[in-house]
Ligand binder design. Structure first.
Ligand code: ZN
Length: 133
């Protein structure tokens, strides 16, 4: 799963913001999965809506899950990785999205494995609902 990431599907980003809103004031965390270089899927763990450190930690303890990175919300609205975030970012993938309250369309940033802000394009793609076919 080291293919170049071209961006994230707009629908997927909206989904992240919606879930963040609905779990507020708790934290939401998930893993990013990509298809053909586009992030289209979020793997959400059940019961991650506890404290920030717990949620993110649990996420990275998942065995055998391929992910290009992670996503989690900061109910504090500070869009900056914490020390714990940075430790975990370095473990899996190279795209880590943090969304901050109030979870508007621009309340997010993407970081690389070392915690540096990187640009991530939001792409208008048609997501096929494969599960329904
Ligand atoms: Zn965090």
């Amino acid at each position: 799963m080291n293919a170049t990431i071209k961006g994230i599907a707009r629908e997927t980003l909206s989904f992240v913001l919606e879930v963040s809103k609905s779990t507020y004031p708790n934290e939401f965390a998930g893993l990013l999965q990509a298809k053909d270089g586009i992030i289209t899927d979020i793997l959400i763990l059940p019961g991650t809506e506890s404290s920030e450190v717990n949620a993110v930690l649990k996420l990275f303890m998942l065995p055998n899950v391929s992910a290009v990175g992670s996503v989690h919300s900061h109910p504090s609205s500070v869009i900056r990785p914490s020390k714990a975030d940075l430790r975990l970012f370095s473990k899996t993938g190279n795209h880590h999205i943090i969304v901050g309250h109030p979870y508007g369309p621009d309340n997010w940033k993407c970081f690389d494995g070392s915690g540096k802000v990187i640009s991530l394009e939001v792409l208008d793609v048609d997501l096929e609902d494969e599960e329904l076919l």
